[in-house]
Design a protein around this ligand. Structure first.
Ligand SMILES: Nc1ncnc2c1ncn2[C@@H]1O[C@H](COP(=O)(O)OP(=O)(O)OP(=O)(O)O)[C@@H](O)[C@H]1O
Length: 584
């Protein structure tokens, strides 16, 4: 047996990784039961527990390393070089090699405080070529249509590992087939070789179970997602086994991409070979970076590894340079972008604008809060980086000068390198204020409706954005409005929604009226208008679309629903796409 310190180091890290994977799997596998029983509150807790799990297991493993090895040994980079090579051999039979490598990286970074990030000592580049990782495990089930789309949909639903019965599967498949008839390209609908293919794994999130795959035929393909939910009237009934229904059928790449969006909670889905599942999903959604798909199935740390590798490649291509983010500059964050990578980088400034009542620690805590919370398709996911290092000529000079000026404690020059001690990255969007200046009337109406929906859906998930200015929201390629400025977010239930007393006149905000004092959490929905829109015509349209947002009662009603434990549905597709009520 090999007992060299480097081998024992590798074996100890692997032990830590196995502990993480075992617990991750247990939480994930239990999603089937949670869905079966309609244990929605438990699902929310499981989701948070699984997000926190990674750091807990890294901390445990660091502790173990420190107990087992002397500091001198752990600080010796040559030992890590050897350990890396032992570890690569030890993990080679595994089906999740890439995740195991990321775990090794996490430990290396924890011990060396994110310094010395080099491929010699950790896995900056994966040790494995993709081709070597084919497991031979069957990912999908498949059935030809043979002219009967309803029967194929019945097979799709009944063959999924869902234990509850469908309330009316004939109706579900009839509606599903009718929708496919309307939406599928003729080349597939009429193809003799048309077939449905679905991943064996079921994707669970919130109150939904999603079957994911594709429809092929005539040399063509479309993605396919079948969202399954509990029948509404059985939901509260604890006596009966809840019955199921097919909620809609999604086949456009945009609709499917929205289901897998970076702005949603991660799926609970048991996948035998993560890398093969992600490759399959990428074939359905070619625009989605692998990193986002890893995150979507719960492996957000490995998503960060993939993101970092892709970013390095993009930077090396030198298609463009880092520039200051277009739009209004932040009072708290210095934001720059690499447009070709569709990525923004956010650095906490050394000094905040006096209008801001937060500290750097509060800002970090708010970003962390959002990371753990259900982002309901309305809040961008972020990755956190320490000691992010890039050659200085990758920056536009004015961008680098700006960062050095506003965040000198975070951004520094080391020779020709720019070292950024801490930053967040997230997907680049078009800031809503800029989008509104550029879009036509039809797009304006759609985006104003979605802006209000975004605020309502975050509120239903117990998040109040704090700062609802247009500049704090972005618009995705699919025209969805997403919130990205977290320094003032709080739980909706912590807010105190108030009406302005009739007698307070114009003095109330200045405190001129002594009988009317304002507390730190007081919020006056009647006053939202001028904060949101400088343009009165836009405000008028918005008020017509979302009048309730300006009413105290509306907000208080939502707070009560949250306190009562009513978990409000937020569908990752339009209400008009749902089959519910379709035949009534
Ligand atoms: N994901 C993104 N995509 C595109 N642009 C973005 C993104 N995030 C931020 N920006 C740009 O950077 C600006 C500042 O970002 P952000 O609002 O996060 O900073 P802040 O300092 O917290 O802002 P505030 O002063 O409103 O508190 C935004 O107004 C926008 O123009």
């Amino acid at each position: 047996m090999n007992t060299t310190p480097a081998y024992r180091l590798a074996a100890t890290i692997l032990h830590g990784f196995e502990a993480y994977r075992t617990r991750f799997k247990a939480i994930t596998l239990d999603a089937q039961r949670r869905f079966q029983e309609g244990a929605w509150r438990e699902s929310q807790q499981a989701s948070i527990a699984r997000i926190n799990l990674y750091q807990q297991k890294v901390d445990d493993a660091v502790e173990r390393l420190k107990r087992t090895f002397s500091n001198g040994l752990l600080a010796h980079r040559e030992v890590w070089r050897e350990a890396r090579s032992h570890y690569a051999k030890l993990i080679s039979p595994r089906l999740d090699v890439e995740l195991a490598e990321t775990f090794f990286n996490s430990l290396f970074c924890a011990i060396f405080k994110h310094r010395h990030i080099r491929n010699e000592w950790m896995f900056v580049i994966s040790s494995r070529k993709e081709a070597a990782q084919r497991s031979g495990i069957e990912l999908c089930r498949r059935r030809s249509i043979d002219g009967d789309w309803q029967a194929a949909l019945r097979w799709a639903l009944e063959g999924a590992a869902l234990h509850n019965p469908f309330a009316d599967i004939a109706r579900d498949t009839r509606l599903g087939a009718a929708l496919l008839n309307k939406m599928l390209p003729g080349t597939i609908w009429q193809a003799k070789d048309a077939a449905i293919e679905l991943l064996h794994s079921v994707f669970y999130r919130n109150k939904g179970a999603y079957l994911v795959g594709r429809i092929t035929g005539g040399g063509d393909q479309v993605p396919l997602v079948l969202p399954v939910r509990h029948q509404e009237h059985t939901e509260q009934n604890t006596e009966d086994v809840p019955q199921l229904h097919l909620d809609t059928v999604l086949i456009t790449p945009d609709d499917v991409a929205i289901i897998f969006s970076f702005s949603r909670a991660y799926f609970q889905v048991d996948v035998a070979v993560p890398n093969e599942c992600v490759s399959y999903l990428q074939r359905l959604m070619p625009h989605k970076p692998a990193g986002e798909l890893y995150a979507a199935i719960g492996f957000f740390k490995h998503g960060k590894t993939e993101f970092f590798r892709a970013l390095n490649q993009q930077v090396a291509k030198r298609e463009d340079v880092f520039i200051i983010a277009p739009g209004v500059r932040g009072m708290v964050m210095a934001v720059f972008v690499l447009p070709s990578a569709r990525t923004v980088f956010k650095i906490i400034k050394d000094e905040f604008d006096p209008a801001k009542d937060v500290t750097p620690d509060i800002v970090r805590e708010k970003y962390h809060l959002v990371k753990r919370h259900d982002r309901v398709g309305r809040m961008a996911d972020t990755q956190e980086f320490s000691n992010f290092t890039v050659h200085n000529d990758h920056f536009a000079p004015e961008c680098l000068a700006h960062l050095l000026e506003v965040a000198p404690s975070t951004v520094s020059l080391k020779g020709e390198k720019v070292v950024i001690k801490h930053c967040y990255t997230e997907r680049m969007m078009t800031p809503l204020n800029i989008y509104l200046e550029q879009c036509d009337d039809e797009a304006q109406l759609a985006v104003l409706r979605d802006y209000g929906d975004a605020i309502k859906q975050m509120a239903a998930a117990n998040i109040f954005p704090g700062d609802m200015l247009l500049k704090n929201f972005g618009v995705t390629r699919q025209g969805r409005v997403i919130f990205y400025d977290y320094d003032e977010v709080c739980y909706l239930t912590e807010c105190h929604f108030r009406a302005i007393p009739a007698s307070s006149g114009d003095d109330y905000l200045s405190g001129g009226n002594e009988s009317f004092s304002i507390g730190p959490n007081d919020i006056f929905p009647e006053e939202f208008g001028p904060f949101m829109f400088a343009n009165p015509e836009r405000l008028r349209v918005f008020k017509q679309l979302h009048p309730e947002l300006f009413e105290v009662r509306y907000w208080q009603g939502l707070q009560q629903a949250i306190v009562d434990g009513r978990i409000i549905d937020v569908y990752p597709y339009g209400n008009e796409q749902r089959f519910v009520d379709a035949e009534q």
